[in-house]
Design a protein around this ligand. Structure first.
Ligand code: PAF
Length: 283
C-alpha cells in the first residue's frame, strides 16, 4: 500500500492510475478504523479498479466543547488494517496543507435544509466542517466513486445533497451499517462502553426494529410510535436527543404519504452518545 502525505505526492499516484484508465473509489475517514470502515473499503473495491482511503481528524467538524484533541488516533493499527484489506493508497493529509491559513479564513460549504435538524442542531457547525473537508478531498482526489456509511445517515444524505447541488462528478454510495452479533452498530464510540453498557446498547437496534415492524404492519401514527420508543429507551437508562421517523430523502418528519422512511435515533449511555437508524420501505 502506498502512502501520500502531500497533494503533490498523491496526485502522482492518481495520475499513474488515470494514465492506465483505472477507476478510483475513495473512502474518507478520521481513522480509528474498525469493521465498519473495512466494509466501505470492500464496497469501493467491488466497484472500482483502485481504492484510496484518507485518514484525517478534521478539526473543522468539532465544536468548541467537543474533544478534538482526545479523538482516538491509532495510525499503526489503521495502516495494518488497510494493508490487510488490500487498500491501494492511503492519504494522510496534514492540517497545515488542508487549512494553510487556519480554520477561520477558509471558504465554507454550507449544505442547506438537511443540516438544520438532528445532529446539525445538536452540533452547530458540524456539517459545515464535514462538507468543507469532503469537498476539498473530492477536489484533491477526483474519485469516480466515494463510499459513506449509512450509520451516519444524516451525513450520508448531506454529502449526497452537496454532490447533487454542486454538480460534482462523483458517485456517492451509501453502505449498509455493520453490526455486532447483538445488533449494536459498529462504531468507534463503542470502545467507551463497559461490558454492561455494551449489552444494554443492543436495545437501540431492537427498539428501532420494533418501530420499523409496527410501521410495516400499518402503524401511521408516527408521533405515537416515537413516544413509545423514547419511553422504552428512557426506561432502559438511555438519555435520548431524538427518535424521529423521517422521509429518507428530505429528513423531514414523515407523513402517511411517505414511502421511503428512515428512523433516526441518538441514545446516550453515560457520556457515550450512540447514533443509529433503520430504513423502512413502504412500497
Ligand atoms: O465520517 C467521518 O469519519 C467524517 O465525518 C468524514 C466523512 C471523514 C469527514 O471528516
Amino acid at each position: 500500500m502506498y502512502q501520500a502525505t502531500s497533494v503533490t505526492e498523491l496526485r502522482q499516484y492518481l495520475q499513474h492510475w488515470k494514465d492506465h484508465e483505472q477507476s478510483v473509489a475513495f473512502i474518507p475517514t478520521m481513522g480509528n478504523l474498525h469493521a465498519g470502515h473495512m466494509s466501505l473499503i470492500e464496497k469501493g473495491q467491488s466497484l472500482c479498479d483502485r481504492s484510496l482511503c484518507s485518514i484525517f481528524v478534521n478539526p473543522m467538524q468539532f465544536g468548541p466543547n467537543e474533544d478534538f484533541n482526545h479523538y482516538p488516533r491509532t495510525l499503526d493499527s489503521d495502516l495494518a488494517q488497510l494493508e490487510a484489506a488490500g487498500c491501494d493508497l492511503v492519504y494522510l493529509p496534514t492540517a497545515s496543507e488542508l487549512y494553510p491559513q487556519g480554520l477561520d479564513k477558509i471558504t465554507q460549504v454550507q449544505v442547506t435544509d438537511l443540516t438544520d435538524h438532528y445532529e446539525g442542531a445538536h452540533r452547530p457547525g458540524h456539517f459545515t466542517g464535514v462538507a468543507t473537508v469532503v469537498l476539498k478531498l473530492f477536489n484533491i482526489v477526483k474519485p469516480d466513486v466515494s463510499v459513506f456509511g449509512k450509520k451516519d445517515f444524516q451525513q450520508y444524505r448531506v454529502i449526497s445533497k452537496m454532490v447533487a447541488d454542486l454538480n460534482l462528478d462523483v458517485q456517492i454510495i451509501g453502505q449498509e451499517t455493520t453490526r455486532e452479533a447483538s445488533g449494536l452498530a459498529t462504531s468507534s464510540r463503542n470502545q467507551y462502553l463497559d461490558d454492561e453498557q455494551t449489552d444494554r446498547a443492543a436495545m437501540i437496534y431492537q427498539i428501532l426494529r420494533d418501530a420499523a415492524h409496527q410501521i410495516s404492519e400499518g402503524e401511521r401514527d408516527y408521533p405515537a410510535t416515537e413516544q413509545r420508543a423514547l419511553a422504552k429507551l428512557e426506561q432502559a437508562g438511555f438519555k435520548t436527543d431524538y427518535f424521529k421517523i423521517c422521509n429518507a430523502r428530505t429528513l423531514l418528519p414523515a407523513g402517511p404519504e411517505d414511502r421511503d422512511l428512515v428512523i433516526l435515533v441518538t441514545a446516550a449511555l453515560g457520556v457515550t452518545r450512540l447514533l443509529d437508524n433503520i430504513e423502512v420501505s413502504l412500497w
